[in-house]
Design a protein around this ligand. Structure first.
Ligand code: UDP
Ligand code: MG
Length: 331
């Protein structure tokens, strides 16, 4: 038997939960028809909802033994919800998806097949359009991905989402990143593994309202910059060097001016050059401090040094199971 855990973070989702449940049920039956050896677990994370989400979850859990839920003491944010879900999921495969049907459950059979094929460790979707989203927001999002990919070594795919079908191995890798300020888009990509992107058109929320305001998204974007890049810390060094260079250029200009045209203002050239030079030097030194801070910052995250995808032991185990299989067939 193989178990798939479906992790669903929910914040004020009382309206969509019943819709989500009927949809996911359909898909679960569909998958079980194709792969009868598949079990399911629905793990809902109630992220401190202020509406009837928790009582809806209680009802579902009472009626269906596959439904589990974890209810937070307050709203901790979607990232915390996903982490709790991954940590508590018991499946061989774990799916993370939104409750509002913006991550269509209909993709699950296809995703499952990609992961089962053994060619991929993760299947996810990528929106190719941002239909139904405010224009300004789309513009900012695109700029965010552009800048992010310039200043960070971790590739963040534009349009990639938190809708993921992952193997246990990938989930364990994600859990090995214990950082508190979590930026999942970066984490998913940081751990690596072979990922299949399925492209699709944006779907609008089935019911309820999005809790992501422009400012919340803006703060989230900053979170991304600071979690996966230390470039901002190097900025002051860069400015410092520019300022020092400017001071040198000014010294030369003033010397040439004095030699060829005679001295104009007394004291001013020395003063302005000194100010630029000292200012630059200070910025440069702050930048050096920044670099040490950046290193300390990365160390305190205690990210794993490396993650293993496969060793020779995996091959021998595979052949063992195959042998066992053939023995059974022979019997
Ligand atoms: N969510 C959550 N905690 C929050 C905000 C959102 O668990 O503080 C959940 C929400 O219930 C939904 C998913 O995260 O399942 C995505 O939220 P939403 O649809 O509001 O975001 P959008 O789709 O607009 O990005
Ligand atoms: Mg949504």
């Amino acid at each position: 038997m193989k178990k798939i855990s479906v992790v669903v973070p929910c914040y004020n989702e009382q309206e969509v939960l019943p819709l989500f449940y009927t949809e996911i049920q359909k898909v679960m039956t569909e998958i079980r028809q194709e792969h009868p050896d598949t079990d399911f677990e629905l793990l809902f994370i109630n992220d401190g909802s202020r509406d009837g989400t928790l009582s809806k979850l209680r009802e579902l859990a009472k009626a269906d033994s596959r439904v589990r839920y974890i209810s937070f003491s307050r709203n901790f944010g979607k990232e915390a919800g996903m982490f709790a879900g991954l940590e508590n999921a018991s499946g061989d495969y774990v799916v993370v998806m939104d409750a509002d049907l913006q991550h269509p459950p209909a993709f699950l059979p296809e995703m499952y097949n990609y992961v089962l094929s053994g060619e991929y460790d993760c299947a996810t979707t990528r929106r190719v359009s941002r239909k139904g989203e405010p224009k300004l927001l789309s513009w900012f999002s695109r700029k965010f991905y552009k800048i992010m990919n310039k200043i960070s070594q971790t590739e963040i795919v534009d349009g990639a989402q938190d809708f993921r079908f992952m193997t246990r191995q990938m989930v364990d890798s994600i859990l090995s990143m214990r950082e508190y300020n979590r930026f999942s888009k970066g984490i998913f990509s940081w751990v690596g593994f072979r990922t299949k992107y399925i492209e699709y058109e944006n779907v609008e929320r089935a019911a309820g309202t999005s809790t992501w305001s422009f400012w919340k998204l803006f703060r989230y974007a900053l979170e991304g910059f600071f979690a996966f890049s230390t470039a901002p810390l190097a900025l002051s060094s860069f400015l410092g060097v520019i300022s020092c260079l400017l001071a040198f250029v000014m010294v030369i200009v003033f010397i040439i001016k004095t030699i060829f045209f005679g001295e104009t203002e007394k004291g001013f050239p020395t003063l302005i050059c000194a100010i630029f030079f000292m200012g630059g030097l200070q910025l440069f030194c702050t930048g050096i401090l920044g670099q040490y801070l950046a290193k300390t910052y990365l160390e305190t995250k205690k990210r794993p040094i490396y993650l293993v995808a496969e060793t020779e032991k995996d091959i021998s185990r595979e052949s063992e199971t195959k042998e066992q299989g053939t023995e059974k067939e022979a019997e």
